[in-house]
Design a protein around this ligand. Structure first.
Ligand SMILES: [Zn+2]
Ligand SMILES: [Zn+2]
Length: 343
C-alpha cells in the first residue's frame, strides 16, 4: 500500500509499505476511501502546526471501509462504511473522567501528533471507529469531522433557538457553524466576512444577514439588525490576529453574552478585564470535538445539512501532490479539498 509522509516541513514522500496487520483483538483495519484536507494539514506541511512532530502522515478527517477486524470487535464488521475519530485518549485522567476527552491530558491527535489517514490502510481501536450508512457518499463522509466541530462548539456555546448569533468568518468552519446553528433552530444568524463570494455562499446556507466588514461598519449594522441589543453569542471563525478583540468591542455582544474563539492564534489580543466583566461575558474555549461523531453521522444520514460547496476540490490519492501544490500556492477559490482514494 501507499502512504504519504511529511518527512519534514515542505518535504513529502509517497512510500510503499506493507498493509498493517490486526495486532490486538479490538483493532479495526480501515481501507481509506476519502479524507478531508484541513487547515491543520496545511500547517503540518508548512511546519507551523505546534501539535505536530515529524515525520508525520497527515489526515484527521477520515472515512473508509472496514477491511478486517480483531477477534473481539463487535461494533463493526468487514465491509461496513466507517468514520474514524481523530482523538486518542488515555481514559483515566481527570478530563477523561469528566467527559472532556478531547482535552485529555495525554491526548494524541490522529493526523498531527500521531499518524493520520493519508494512506491506503491503517488500524484503529474499535471505540474510535463509527459506522455510517453506505448511502452517504465518500465525498460527504469526509465532512463528518468538521461538522462534528460545529456540533461541539455550538454545544460548548450552549446555543439555543432564542440566540441571536454572529459568525465572524465564513470559510469552512464558519459555514458549518452557521448550518449547525440553523439546525438548532436559531432564527437570527449574522455572518460577517470580507469576501462577498463567501457571504453569498453563507446566504445559500441560511445566513439571515450578511455584513462585509470591509465595506460596512460591523458594529453599526449589528446594532441595526438587533435593534440596539447586540448578539447573544459570537463565534470567531475568522481567527486572525485581533479578531477576538474585534468581536469583543462594545455593541456586538450583549450583556451576559457568550464568545467562542475557534482558532489557535498565538499573538496577544487587546482584551481587558473590564471588557469581559462590564458585560459579564463568557469566553468559551472549544477544541476539536467530544462525543459528536455519532450524532453528526445521524445528521448526515438524514440530510440535515447543505453539503454542496463545502468541499470545492476533489483530488485523487494518486495525485496527492496536487494537494501540496495548492498548499504552496493557496487560491481563495479552493475552500476545501477532499482526497478520494482510487478504486
Ligand atoms: Zn480539520
Ligand atoms: Zn485522558
Amino acid at each position: 500500500m501507499k502512504e504519504v509522509v511529511v518527512v519534514s516541513p515542505h518535504k513529502v514522500e509517497v512510500r510503499e509499505v506493507p498493509i498493517p496487520k490486526i495486532e490486538n483483538d479490538y483493532d479495526v483495519l480501515v481501507e481509506m476511501k476519502s479524507a478531508g484536507v484541513c487547515g491543520s494539514d496545511f500547517h503540518i506541511y508548512h511546519g507551523t502546526n505546534p501539535c505536530s512532530t515529524y515525520p508525520r502522515i497527515p489526515g484527521h478527517e477520515n472515512a473508509g471501509v472496514v477491511a478486517a477486524v480483531g477477534k473481539k470487535v463487535s461494533k463493526v464488521k468487514v465491509g461496513d462504511h466507517v468514520i474514524v475519530d481523530l482523538i486518542m485518549t488515555c481514559g483515566t485522567c481527570y478530563q477523561c473522567k469528566i467527559g472532556r476527552k478531547n482535552v485529555c491530558e495525554n491526548v494524541r491527535v490522529r493526523g498531527s501528533g500521531a499518524d493520520g489517514g493519508w494512506r491506503e490502510y491503517f488500524t484503529a481501536p474499535e471505540p474510535e471507529v463509527y459506522k455510517i450508512s453506505p448511502e452517504v457518499s465518500w465525498e460527504d463522509a469526509a465532512l463528518v469531522e468538521p461538522f462534528a466541530i460545529g456540533a461541539h462548539c455550538t454545544s460548548r456555546g450552549r446555543v439555543v433557538p432564542d440566540d441571536t448569533v454572529l459568525i465572524l468568518g465564513t470559510g469552512t468552519i464558519g459555514s458549518i457553524i452557521l448550518q449547525t446553528c440553523k439546525a438548532k433552530g436559531c432564527k437570527t444568524i449574522i455572518c460577517c466576512d470580507i469576501s462577498d463570494t463567501s457571504l453569498e455562499r453563507a446566504k445559500s446556507y441560511g445566513a439571515d444577514y450578511v455584513i462585509n466588514s470591509r465595506s460596512e461598519d460591523m458594529v453599526k449594522r449589528i446594532q441595526e439588525i438587533t435593534q440596539g441589543k447586540g448578539v447573544t453569542i459570537a463565534f470567531d471563525s475568522a481567527c486572525f490576529k485581533g479578531s477576538l478583540t474585534m468581536i469583543m468591542q462594545p455593541g456586538i455582544v450583549c450583556n451576559a453574552g457568550r464568545i467562542v474563539p475557534m482558532g489557535f492564534v498565538t499573538e496577544p489580543e487587546a482584551i481587558t478585564q473590564a471588557m469581559i466583566n462590564q458585560r459579564e461575558l463568557d469566553i468559551i474555549g472549544s477544541r476539536m470535538s467530544c462525543f459528536q461523531f455519532e450524532p453528526t453521522i445521524r445528521h448526515m444520514e438524514n440530510h440535515d445539512f447543505k453539503l454542496a460547496g463545502i468541499a470545492t476540490n476533489f483530488i485523487k490519492f494518486s495525485n496527492i501532490q496536487e494537494v501540496f501544490d495548492h498548499m504552496d500556492h493557496p487560491d481563495p477559490a479552493v475552500k476545501k479539498m477532499v482526497v478520494l482514494f482510487d478504486e
